[in-house]
Design a protein around this ligand. Sequence first.
Ligand code: PLP
Length: 401
Amino acid sequence: MSPDFCYFDNNATTQVDPEVVDAMLPFLREQYGNPSSIYGLGKAARKAVDHAREQVAELIGASEEEILFTSSGTESNNTALLSAIQLDPDRKHFVTSTIEHSAVLKPAEHLARRGYAVSHVSPSREGLLDADAVAQELTEETALVSMMWANNETGVLSPISKIADKVAEQGLFFHTDAVQAVGKIPISVHDLPIHFLSLSGHKIYCPKGIGALYISSRTRFVPLLRGGAQERERRGGTESVALIVAFGKACEIARKRLESDMLHIRQMRDAFEALALQIPGAQLNGHPTERLATTSNLSFDCVDSEPLLMLLDQAGIACSAGSACTTGSLHPSHVLMGMHLGAERARSALRFSFGRFNRLDQIEPAVQTLRKTIEKIRSLHPRTAPLGASPALAAVPPRAE
Ligand code: PLP
């Protein structure tokens, strides 16, 4: 990778921290024991898994016995949702939001096919979810509520404490997908009536393929994977010791560096936005302040995000599009559409997400490249409205979608 390569897609995944690699390597080389084996090599692996569990628990203010290791954030979400609904099979209603990750929306679709009623709460135009709107959806039939803590596309933070309180007033299960929030904001689960919280390693400088689910000690639980007695019989399957060790280390580093990392990342993000929002026709998507320091989601009038993304890639800048291209057609992001920003704005959205290994001196040249690339696309494919008219365009009311 060229030294000038700008990896601005840290919400998609992160570079593994070299300290994390160092921590896991012995468990790929010499310490290959199975934690269930009772001789020395196995006991060493067990000790390492136990230590990692403490490190994960400490990052979110949980107790170690409340941490279940999984393969991913996706597995954690599925496990929480399917466990909660099985605990109260007579209740057939599930409440979530329109802007969740597919790792919640797809299980929700699955439940709907099995006869569950699913309510999707909508956010504001700034991507904020509202606790009262959630409370209004709760009925005697509701089994579970799942609301994400931080949105992966906009970084907008949910009022999780208020939502959890409203759900607790009705005595219902509450799950939060905190995959994007963990390690980026202080989290203390014991101060909140949360039953389940999902985490994922690869968003915090750990390799992919490892996640965890916080299960409150007050909560009953039904396993998703049945097999051996691993994870106190809550998830069968031999533990991936090296990945668990890596995750523990990544959580320890995230806890120790939370403040300094976020200061550094916020500085880059703010510098980026100060310059990028000067590009004619640029608009911020998502709440300006109630948001992770890591994330900047911008739309550029009259520019499709896909060609922009590809040209930026050629210029050494990695970011992600607010739209996904399948079988040749563009699908605007369900998150931006859920915020009622309109298909046009959603189709021209790019997400830039910053991380620990980015540098402030990358920002200015990257925005220059971004500006030039946008100008090039606009000159080659003039789409519609005159450029330089961003304030007026921003004031145009959204199209009804
Ligand atoms: N939830 C959110 C909010 C995410 O951003 C992601 C990953 O992008 C996931 C869940 C899925 O996590 P994993 O990739 O570990 O399955």
